[in-house]
Design a protein around this ligand. Structure first.
Ligand code: COA
Length: 260
């Protein structure tokens, strides 16, 4: 499947993407580069940043990479400041950094629950908060990567469900509070996306076929499906869309999101 959007729809934009080295948001960063944006990416893992920076530069893009843990507000502030020093501005923020593992609620420690909430929910707030002044200047926008796990209920995912419900709340609240500054805030809730580290870790191979049959479109999503949604929501084509979380899941959540 090809990308459906014309080249250069993000020409001249600077995009700051957390978790932008790998997985779904790694794909989004590459798609933004193809659409003309200059990239700033963060990850906890320097080796992943180096590989993604190299890929983007070899393909004619610009990439500024900063090691940062989104749980650490000072590190986030520093990453934002360094990006502005480097490019002079930030137009788009994508919150993709996330943590996940499968665990039954009765076996999950308080720290395990809190760790995922810290990465996903507090991390998203930290980045939005630290980027606010720059986004106000650029009349920029925020795209938060969420999930559908909490729409019904997903066993072994209480921590991520709670964390992503918080992310959706952040999307709605900021869209209302920051709309007056010209800042659009939206989200994407991906369903099961194949070829991601997360899906490899979370879905036992023997369950893939069973799960596929329960997806109305009868296939897993691909990273390019999320890239297309991200390009649409961050482009001027979506200039009156604010405060939504776009579900990109083939209709899966309507039939339930449990893995087993
Ligand atoms: N099952 C149950 N609890 C787990 C767990 C698992 N598979 N993995 C981690 N935890 C718990 C730990 O036991 C610890 O709690 P404790 O102190 O009570 O024992 C707590 O979570 C923190 O773990 P730690 O490994 O110190 O955190 P971290 O910050 O290094 O790692 C995670 C963060 C837990 C999210 C880790 O899974 C991770 O880094 N994953 C890679 C990124 C990722 O998941 N991306 C998303 C793809 S969808």
């Amino acid at each position: 499947m090809d990308k459906i959007f014309a080249d250069n729809i993000l020409q001249g934009k600077v995009a700051f993407v957390t978790g932008g080295a790998t997985g779904i948001t790694g794909g989004v960063a590459r798609a933004f580069m193809e659409a003309g944006a200059r990239l700033a990416i963060t990850s906890r893992k320097e080796e992943n940043l180096i590989a993604q920076k190299q890929f983007i530069e070899e393909n004619g893009g610009e990439c500024f990479a900063v090691v940062a843990d989104v749980r650490d507000y000072a590190a986030v502030e520093n990453a934002i400041a360094k990006t502005v020093e480097h490019y002079g501005k930030i137009d788009i923020v994508v919150n993709g950094a996330a943590g996940n593992f499968l665990c039954k609620a009765e076996e999950l420690s308080a720290n395990g629950f809190g760790t995922v909430v810290d990465i996903d929910t507090k991390g998203t707030f930290n980045v939005c908060r630290a980027a606010f002044e720059e986004l106000k200047k650029s009349k920029g926008q925020i795209l938060n990567i969420s999930a559908t796990l909490h729409y019904l209920a997903t066993p072994m995912q209480i921590h991520v469900s709670a964390a992503k419900a918080g992310v959706d709340a952040i999307t709605r609240n900021l869209s209302v509070e920051w709309g007056r500054h010209g800042i659009r805030v939206n989200g994407i809730a991906p369903g099961p996306i194949e070829d991601t580290e997360g899906m490899k870790r979370l879905l036992p191979p023997e369950l893939k076929e069973k799960l596929t049959r329960r997806i109305p479109l009868q296939r897993f999503g691909r990273i390019v499906d999320i890239e297309n949604a991200a390009l649409f929501l961050t482009s001027d084509a979506a200039s009156y869309i604010n405060g939504i979380t776009l579900v990109v899941d083939g209709g899966q959540w309507l039939l339930g999101t449990s893995f087993g």
